[in-house]
Write a protein that binds this ligand. Structure first.
Ligand code: F3S
Length: 400
């Protein structure tokens, strides 16, 4: 892979050991994937923060980076961790978990990463523009950045995103190249989908077509912002990192060269298929004891909508209802009185963490969620029993 003079200096250690460590890994990745060179990036979003998923290996790797003086050179934000550090809510975490988790966040902070502890950087202060090259981990954020913002990123791993943030460069391959972003599959949907159905559609297409880039030809009744749910489901069930919606997402609207000519396959999805997929993850709500909402993290508008739906009602005595958001939207909701009112109604509101990466106990009954991404990972990364259902049916079940 070609390196310019500055990149060579990094690799030779002339710019410090931290940059050398980062550049070595980026060059290795670039060589493996056949990247011709590196490209500069304008922002990074780093996952691999929870002690639950990263364990001692993550702590040791980060200690190594910090001991070598590594520091990020571009705006970099951080995914959720395993605790609600801001409110001191530790769920079932052991003292060792709490200590190691705090150390992980501190190590990132010492490298200059902003501890936003949220998976919706694009709703906070990390909002890349159209065509900008970035290096993001966290699948929902990657799909949103590529699809809704028109920025360009591969689905990075935690350490590759960190190395890119330190060096300020990433290998030029995959979704950094326009040709690889063109749709190969047209998905025609002939009815007006709800937000829930859009998620199911994402999961269904992901599970059938994997990483093939889809162009959805459909009536988008909900806002583009809400595409994060659909993208999160697509990425969870099929590992995709980008989608387009005709007439809505920026690369589809701008009709990039050869945009529609690249399509190789076309499919029509009937409502019946979406209903069948829903039935496979739903199986009824009875017996649920913990309800988790906020995957991806809820924004202020969503918190307000939830509050409106729940106003005047209380959470059933035999059920826990947990909401997950980021610090910025928690603060806004707190200032507007929503957090206190939700808490008075028996709702728990958390920041910094989520239902998948937190230390919520595995045992203790059936979990319910309105998010297909949460359903996918909770069922696979833990022994939790989980079901997914549309938001309103879950709320009606949970509230008296
Ligand atoms: Fe975010 Fe956790 Fe879901 S990191 S996208 S809420 S699995």
């Amino acid at each position: 892979m070609y390196l310019n003079r500055e990149q060579e200096a990094m690799l030779e250690g002339e710019m410090g050991e931290g940059k050398m460590l980062a550049m070595k890994l980026l060059v290795n990745i670039g060589d493996v994937v056949g990247a011709p060179h590196l490209i500069p990036i304008s922002s990074a979003h780093i996952s691999g923060v929870s002690y639950r998923t990263g364990g001692d290996g993550l702590v040791e790797t980060l200690r190594e980076f910090v001991s070598r003086g590594a520091a990020v050179s571009i705006h970099s934000t951080l995914n959720p961790c395993g605790l609600d550090i801001m409110q001191g809510a530790y769920f079932a975490a052991t003292p060792e978990f709490v200590e190691k988790q705090r150390e992980i966040v501190d190590l990132y902070r010492r490298m200059g990463v902003k501890p936003t502890l949220s998976c919706i950087p694009y709703r906070d202060d990390n909002i890349p523009g159209f065509g900008e090259h970035i290096s993001w981990a966290e699948s929902n954020a990657v799909v949103f950045a590529n699809s809704v913002l028109g920025a360009r990123t591969n689905k990075e791993g935690s350490i590759s995103a960190l190395c890119a943030a330190i060096a300020g460069y990433t290998p030029y391959f995959g979704l950094h190249i326009l040709e690889n972003r063109l749709p190969r599959l047209e998905v025609k949907v002939n009815w007006k989908v709800t937000i829930w159905e859009s998620q199911v559609l994402g999961a269904y297409i992901g599970s059938r077509f994997g990483t093939q880039v889809p162009l959805f030809n459909m009536d988008l009744r909900f806002s583009v912002k809400r595409l994060n749910r659909m993208g999160a489901a697509l990425a969870a069930f099929g590992d995709g990192a980008i989608l387009h919606v005709k007439g809505a997402t920026p690369e589809a609207v701008r009709k990039l060269p050869r945009f529609e000519e690249a399509i190789e396959e076309r499919t029509v999805v009937e409502r019946k298929e979406v209903e069948e997929f829903t039935a496979s993850v739903s199986e009824g709500l009875e017996g649920a004891s913990t309800i988790v909402i906020g995957c991806p993290h809820l924004d202020f508008e969503e918190l307000k909508e939830l509050y409106k739906e729940m106003r005047g009602r209380r959470v059933r005595a035999d059920v826990r209802l947990l909401l997950f958001t980021n610090r910025v939207f928690f603060q806004l909701a707190k200032e507007s009185g929503i957090v206190n009112k939700l808490k008075e109604a028996g709702v728990e509101v958390y920041t910094d963490t989520c239902m998948v990466v937190s230390s919520l106990p595995d045992e203790g009954g059936l979990y319910l969620t309105d998010s297909l991404k949460a359903y996918f990972y909770m069922s696979r990364l833990s022994s939790k029993e989980v079901r997914a259902s549309p938001l309103m049916s879950i709320l009606n079940f949970a509230m008296e």
